[in-house]
Ligand binder design. Sequence first.
Ligand SMILES: Cc1ncc(COP(=O)(O)O)c(C=O)c1O
Length: 414
Amino acid sequence: MGEGQEQALRQEIFHRITEFYTYREARKDSFVPGKTLIRYGGPIFDHEEVNAVVNSLIDGWLGVGKAAEQFEKEFSEYLGVRKTVLTNSGSSANLLALSAAANNGLGFRIEKGDEVITPAMTFPTTINPIIQNSLIPTLIDADIGTYSASTAQIEEAISNNTKAIMIPHTIGNPCDMDFIKDFAEENNLLLIEDNCDALGAEYRGKKTGTFGDLGTYSFYASHHMSMGEGGAVATDNEELEPVVRSFRDWGRIGAGKYMYTHIGYNLKPIDLQAAMGLVQLKRLEWFLQKRRENFKMLYEEFSKWDNKFILPMATKHSEPAWFGFPLTIRDGAGFTREQLSEHLWKNNIENRPMFAGNIADQPAYKKIQFRKVGSLKNSEKVMRDSFFIGLYPGIDEEMIKYTVKTFKDFLANA
Ligand SMILES: Cc1ncc(COP(=O)(O)O)c(C=O)c1O
């Protein structure tokens, strides 16, 4: 079969895929209050992503290839960083970021048993790389409303053994990066930002994930843009980038060589993920704008229930990229999170607790050696009384109105 014929067939395939999505879009079920599940997140894509993925598949090179290379270039440009390494998940990105920084001889001098400051209210795979690298998590509390790491406690947490800070921009709200960056520099600490929840968020006009030595990203299905699964490590440190890549690629240094300079993993994505990501990246600004609009609508509505809930609060100098709409039930509100959650589920409104709550209370962590700063009382409260609902671009005004009505009904009877 000639090249011309192959091209013609490819075009026909793309045409049919486009037709399929146009057909499906025209027949999409409209929203039925109480019947249609209002999800907290999900991927938004159409024939453009599917065509890009199929094109990559037909090319036949499934491993990391030209789409991954192009994605790394465009994503670095978007963030304004020198280098990006694409991975198969955000969890992998966290593991790679800390493993690479801790084991490379580039000057961070992180040794087994050293301490890493990180919030107790977290996601498992933010803290797991600390444990997996035989380091000790020093748990600090978070503020309720911003859900950001408490800066007062960061100061309190430092010891002679502290070597790094691993900080998530939880639920899309930036941490106080003025304080954290200065603190890390003054104390010669490695700074890793887990930006998996916060792609597109800014602090003083600079993108989060680009302040620290390394920043990590997730492209899981419910995140700001999606590859189904996927992640990235971003860094301005051009010495660190090949180490991250080496850890990702079995510990190998440089493509094509059978030379192994690190005890690595295989956390590579496949090119199809990158092909999808390249299209999603073009939609990202629109995704972020929709999230902001939905946040604004929800915030205005929920303001009237300020006596029942602690409303989400943007950190000073920041423009969050909210992952969800977080709420904390005030003490004495007269109902429990379980009662409210059940009511929401019954009415087909998806809701989630705030990730792992206080991680130290989760079963897998009972025997883990932590150093804890203070009582972690906010993390305890979040574990008990906080949750989030969705604001992703798949949610429209009608769904928000129905969500608000569902809360109103619940509160009237609570
Ligand atoms: C703060 C944080 N870090 C890391 C991850 C892990 O990302 P992934 O699901 O891509 O592994 C998540 C997941 O949502 C997260 O919320």
